[in-house]
Ligand binder design. Structure first.
Ligand code: BG6
Length: 517
């Protein structure tokens, strides 16, 4: 059951929700509480929810990991984390005080049966003292290798309620990577569903928590003007860019086993593709939305065997400079093999073989150490059917582009041609712009805030379903296998460039070019 909080001001940033929803109090247990994610995203996100009046009274957060902290030491550490990372800064002492009363810590190894006994006991106490009513959310902020063990011990200690039976809910939040390929993803899912039912699982893809990503659905399906043009008849092609200026930072070891394709394209980027390309769902409900998204993934055209390079290229950064600062080559980063062939950039031309998108190319590119951080989707429309103005020598018609800026400077703009005022017919491209900052005047909530709240509310619309994850791997696996076998490795590009020359060639062969977002 969910309740509305009468004393909370409606927030215009949360489109589609007529009233703010406040969930019932639960115990949220964070496995891996001493890790980076907890300090950078989870606790600051939860604090900001409390700040905005969206956390229920009695909400209890329990850190669980190997480090030895008392409750008070854990609270102190988390306060420092919020001082550094919370969206709603400076931290308000009165709100913090109240929030910190719900913060606890249990020390334990993930493979230590006794630690789960202790955890269970403490959770039971909170049910009595804080009104959490047996409701449990387990956040597995741990590497996937630990999943089987944690699932098994939670099951053994009877800490997971079956949703088919009456009783308080149990939910589990899982972080990516959801596998390394199709087989490992299936195995992870098999392990997860041996303890939880699919509807108890919340697989986080933090892109789905971004306001601008959610707004894709509102843009497409709450407005009458876009959908009639949203198809092969009017759209020439679509471009998606996820560019980062940062390198792999301290995550060299992880990146060596992932590469940009597994890190960004398999999850965040395919989520964007599905939202741009999906059919209208029959309802704005978890399964209705995800059914449509998965259909898009199923329609992705396979890469032609032996000719992958015609449709997909990969790159790796070398020494260079980004935003005026020197950047070292990927192969010189910490914990990276000096001969590594892992790709830090990938670009591909993708087709969605269905009625709506037949033969419309989707050009995707993602990379690290590119000139700037920007995530952008641009819809390039076909030219006008008859080039009336092209006959005039000083008129150069450009294509209409709808561009959706996911981050930063979140917004949407539409580019079209306009007559330059004056006695002769001359045209120039102009843009109509919507910017979140000017229209709503407030910073949108962090993705994790929204996703944590949705889990407490039990709404899995913004989470990846098992078949989405597996279908995405099913499509990408053959390309990754082909790349692994290809001794040529990735093409090098200096840090601070928009990827290797072959990325430009990929799109220029078609008489098009990458839009500089
Ligand atoms: C993560 C990737 O999922 O997303 C990182 O593992 C990447 O490599 C990050 O930097 C990008 O997220 P955002 O929200 O900054 O675009």
């Amino acid at each position: 059951m969910t309740t509305t909080a009468p004393d909370v001001e409606p927030n215009p940033l949360r489109e589609g929700l007529e009233q703010e929803r406040v969930p019932d109090a639960s115990c949220l247990v964070i496995f891996g509480a001493s890790g980076d994610l907890t300090q950078r995203k989870l606790i600051p996100g939860l604090y900001s929810l409390a700040h905005d009046g969206l956390l229920p009274a009695g909400q209890t957060i329990v850190g669980f990991s190997r480090s030895d902290y008392t409750d008070d030491e854990f609270r102190k550490l988390m306060r420092e984390a919020c001082d550094k990372h919370a969206r709603t800064r400076p931290v308000d002492d009165a709100i913090w005080e109240n929030f910190a009363k719900g913060l606890f810590y249990v020390r334990g190894n993930f493979d230590e049966h006794q630690a789960y006994v202790e955890l269970k006991k403490r959770l039971g106490e909170f049910d009595k003292t804080r009104g959490t009513g047996g409701r449990r959310i387990y956040y597995l902020a741990v590497p996937p290798d630990y999943f089987p063990l944690i699932c098994e011990l939670l099951g053994k200690e009877q800490m997971v309620n079956d949703p088919e039976k009456d009783g308080p809910y149990t939910r589990a939040i899982i972080e990516k990577p959801f596998g390394h390929d199709l087989e490992s993803a299936r195995e992870l899912n098999r392990v997860a569903v041996s303890t939880f039912r699919e509807r108890q699982l919340f697989r986080i893809d933090h892109y789905l928590g971004k306001e601008t990503v959610q707004n894709l659905l509102v843009l497409r399906f709450a407005n009458g003007i876009f959908e009639p043009f949203w198809n092969r008849q009017y759209i020439d092609h679509v471009q998606l860019t996820v560019a980062e200026s940062i390198g792999v930072e301290k995550r060299g070891a992880y990146f060596e086993s992932a590469g940009i394709t597994r890190d960004i394209i398999q999850n965040h980027m395919l989520q964007l593709v599905s939202l741009v390309a999906m059919e209208p769902p029959v309802a704005f409900e978890a399964d209705a939305v995800r059914d449509e998204k998965v259909k898009v993934l199923r329609a992705l055209r396979e890469f032609p065997k032996g000719k992958e390079a015609e449709l997909a290229v990969r790159g790796q950064y070398t020494d260079g400079s980004v935003l005026g600062e020197e950047a070292i080559a990927y192969r010189r980063e910490e914990n990276v093999d000096p001969k590594s062939n892992v790709e830090t950039f990938a670009a591909m031309k993708v087709f969605i073989d269905n009625w709506r998108w037949a033969d419309v190319p989707f050009y995707l590119r993602a990379g690290k150490r590119l000139p700037k951080r920007v995530t952008d989707i641009s819809i390039h429309f076909r030219p006008a059917p008859y080039p009336l103005f092209n006959k005039m020598s000083n008129v150069k018609m450009q294509s209409n582009i709808l561009s959706i800026r996911i981050q930063p400077d979140e917004g949407i703009s539409l580019k079209f041609d306009s007559k330059i005022p004056g006695p002769t017919v001359r045209t120039a491209p102009v843009t109509m712009e919507f910017r979140y900052a000017t229209s709503f005047g407030a910073e949108p909530p962090e993705a994790y805030e929204r996703l944590l709240l949705e889990t407490m509310l039990g709404d899995s619309t913004l989470f990846a379903r098992r078949d989405e994850v597996e279908t995405a791997w099913d499509w990408l696996d053959p390309l990754l296998v082909a790349w692994a076998k290809d001794a040529r490795g990735p093409e090098l590009y200096p840090a601070g460039n928009w990827g290797p020359p072959s990325a430009d060639a990929l799109i220029e062969r078609d008489g098009r070019s990458w839009r500089r977002p």
